[in-house]
Ligand binder design. Structure first.
Ligand code: ADP
Ligand code: MG
Length: 452
């Protein structure tokens, strides 16, 4: 076996063990340049590749080669300047290409039968107080589809992991060997499927196609708002699956109650099982998510940069991931680790100011201080006027400024029924219109919340 063949078999092995994106990053422009009995010399394009390959992949590469040629006992990496040139920092266009290739790869992996993307699993879903209830419910459904919560309705803002969680359920069931038929449908697909079926008079066919499904997952169901015909047909599809004890899982950016122009009977079906929200991760969880994502990608970034991202990118998990990826792309393509200064520059577009500097702690602190209360007073169950109003304002701001869901706020305030929170929110909203004093107070509080 010559050097080239040996290396090709190593590459083939490595491809099985690591993601395509990582493979492209670490093994581009590598080759075996020398082999003298026990030692194989591998040339790599830069010092950065050398470090990663020797730290991360040494064992597995050695084992693969040793399996093929038992005289091989040692590997050595050398940096080849020729290859370095080829792998020098690419133009912006190249970076875009890299990104889009990765995207294509993700799409390519989607299972044609189930529409599920295998990258979404429970194992790589980070759980924190912001999503633990949704996670627990999802796991229960995955373990006992059709018999625990039906339908399961997960709602919350964009980029908070709804799709990830629902697809994890689907992947777990599909991979359980129980021969359950799973189907994931973004609601746009459901709508277009129904519309086409109505137009071409093939509704029966459409329904027959869905009949054998054991687990139906509909993502972003709010999009059926206002689509009367679709809702009517979906109602029937829903019922026929539900009656047969088939599991239905839905997601939306809001609760069934808050979806406008939704037929009443469908609304009550959607909310007839378990309705549960995902909210925003806190700082600690954001840090955990960043670390989990890095581990998944087999990458490393300095702690100070991670802390910087976690404390500044707060909007949602998708933004967090985007911020991380933009640093990783810099790192992969340029071959140098960004320092904090560079990271700050690269992340500018992810850091929002002044709007995103509000957070839970600041709102509670500011409201308490504004009304001259101890923070803990805000959480007291009391009818005392001087406390009721600030508490309602705190609830109002958590909702309005941070987009917390009503149940999430209710939990913060000692597990109160979330209708209490809705009541508080509506009351403040109404009063702001009539009461200029309150408007002024609110503006002052907001200013304080947003000014550092
Ligand atoms: P949504 O459907 O709520 O808009 P997604 O499920 O698409 O959000 O999540 C956006 C991105 O963030 C995805 O890449 C997803 O994998 C990631 N993500 C969201 N929540 C988590 C989590 N708890 N743990 C790990 N990754 C997450
Ligand atoms: Mg989604």
């Amino acid at each position: 076996m010559n050097n080239n063949e040996l290396w090709q078999s190593v590459l083939a092995q490595m491809q099985l063990h690591i993601s395509k994106a990582n493979f492209a990053t670490w093994f581009q422009n590598t080759e075996i340049t020398a082999k003298d009995q026990e030692k194989v010399v591998i040339s790599v394009p830069n010092a950065f590749s050398k470090e990663w390959l020797s730290n991360k992949y040494y064992k597995i590469m050695l084992k693969t080669m040793h399996d093929m040629d038992s005289t091989i006992k040692e590997l050595e990496f050398t940096v080849n300047p020729q290859a370095t040139k080829k792998a020098a920092a690419p133009e912006a266009a190249d970076m875009e290409k890299m990104e889009s290739e990765q995207l294509k790869f993700e799409e390519f992996k989607v299972n044609k039968d189930t529409n599920l993307n295998p990258r979404y699993t429970f194992e790589n879903f980070v759980v924190g107080s912001f999503n633990e209830l949704a996670y627990a419910a999802a796991l229960a459904v995955a373990e006992n589809p059709g018999n625990s919560y039906n339908p399961l309705f997960i709602y919350g803002g964009v980029g908070l992991g709804k799709t990830h969680l629902m697809q994890s359920i689907g992947n777990k069931i599909a991979g359980s060997g129980k021969k359950k038929k799973v189907k994931y449908l973004p609601s746009e697909k459901l709508v277009s499927g129904i519309v086409t079926a109505i137009r071409s008079n093939t509704m029966d066919l459409f329904k027959a196609g869905l009949a054998p499904i054991d687990v139906l997952i509909i993502d972003d169901v709010q999009f059926i708002s206002g689509k009367t015909k679709t809702q009517e047909e979906f109602f029937h599809v829903f019922n026929s699956l539900y009656e047969k004890n088939k599991q239905i899982i839905l997601s939306s950016d809001r609760q069934p109650n808050a979806i406008p122009e939704l037929e009443e009977r469908l609304r009550s079906r959607l909310g007839g099982g378990m309705t549960i929200d995902v909210s925003l991760p806190d700082y600690e969880t954001r840090l955990v998510i960043l670390k989990a994502k890095l581990q998944e990608k087999n990458m490393k970034l300095p702690e100070d940069i991670l802390e910087y991202i976690a404390s500044n990118v707060k909007k949602n998990v998708r933004e967090l991931e985007g911020a991380l990826n933009s640093l990783l792309i810099y790192y992969k393509t340029g071959g140098t680790m960004p320092n904090l200064e560079t990271a700050k520059k690269l992340l500018k577009s992810f850091i929002f100011s002044p709007f995103d500097v509000a957070n839970y702690k600041k709102i509670i602190e500011t409201v308490a201080k504004f009304y001259n209360l101890d923070e803990k007073h805000l959480f007291h169950e009391t009818r005392r006027k001087e406390i009721v109003k600030p508490r309602q304002i705190a609830m109002f701001l958590l909702r309005k400024e941070l987009k917390y869901s009503f149940p999430a706020i209710a939990r913060k305030f000692g597990g109160k029924d979330h209708t209490t929170v809705i009541y508080a929110y509506k009351k403040i909203l109404r009063e702001v219109e009539e009461n200029s004093k309150l408007t002024e107070e609110l503006n002052l509080i907001k200013q304080r919340v947003y000014s550092g």
